[in-house]
Design a protein around this ligand. Sequence first.
Ligand code: UD1
Length: 369
Amino acid sequence: MSSYLILIVAGARPNFMKIAPIIRALERHRDAFAWRLVHTGQHYDREMSDVFFEELEIPKPHYHLDAGGGTHAQQTAKIMIGFEDVVQKERPQLVMVVGDVNSTLACSIVAKKLQIQVAHVEAGLRSGDLMMPEEINRIVTDAISDYFFVTEPSGVENLRREGKREEQIFFVGHVMIDNLYHQVKKLQEMDDSAFPTATLKSKLGKYGVVTLHRPSNVDNAERLGGIVEALAQVANHIPLIFAVHPRTAQNLDKFGICLPDSIIRTNPLPYMEFLNLWMDAQVILTDSGGIQEESTALGVPCVTLRENTERPITISEGSNVLVGSDPEKIVAAALKVLSHPGQARTKRPALWDGAASDRIVDELAKLIV
Ligand code: UD1
């Protein structure tokens, strides 16, 4: 058994697709590394968590901290308390955090305070928007991490500007895209008629896909109402399938906002079923970070309901456009996409080739010799 132990942290849905290929790559190097997986429990619903572990072939976590729900401070504190016990017990050489969720922030702070080195995967991204909780998580995590694994050149530039040393920064590409290609291949080999939405997909033929969950879009009644109004106008041209995040579902209910019949509402979908829908969509309307990148990797047009993005390569080289939350701009951007079917740009960003996890493990192997 190797003596170099890595504790891998995952807590929320967008973390799960990132750790899956990293664990596969570490398993290919069992001679050099041992690893343990900690699920913070930030996301706890079956459809936000367990189904992802099953579909993405992620092994059962060694620890589950059960730290979901509550305010940001409550959630972050609960994760920190639970994770401190795990780190004390395991005394790993490295803690690996991914992405920008509260679990990323909480666990990097705990590790550093216990003098454990921290590697941040998907480091260096900056939206410049401190109203976004994720931007605070990214800045704090990068301020104290030791190793930075970066998905796109803007991340390298940001880290340099913030004073990180060259030997700490590794431009490796994107582990989430490793996972995407792995899952696309599996999807091509399976019978997709088993998905509950398969009949809907073939009945609609052409459709758009919607996801929304950012507090800035869904926590304010007027803002959410305006966005739903815009979606309704787009849905006059093409049916929309809206996979509704728990936060958004709660707020639609609370604000008494109803969706028109042309917007087909579903619960959050499992990874494969959702992929099966969006990869053939005419347009995606979203405020997600990851979907901007996954849609770029497959060249599917993406209209992002945000004023800024920490992932600028999805615009400069990909199929993404930013429209903010102004209903008129949302409708105009979606109709523009629909009037030019098949026009999305498909240039694949450098190193988004399915081998980012192997590059990370190779770099780690060099660091430990
Ligand atoms: C979190 C991440 C966000 C990521 C998103 C993907 C942070 C700051 N935000 O946002 O970056 O894009 O996950 O989904 O970490 N809830 C449930 N069941 C669950 C999980 C959440 O009902 O399994 C509800 C709860 O009411 C919870 C609320 O959704 O309080 C918000 O969940 P939380 O984990 O705080 O943030 P997300 O909005 O999911």
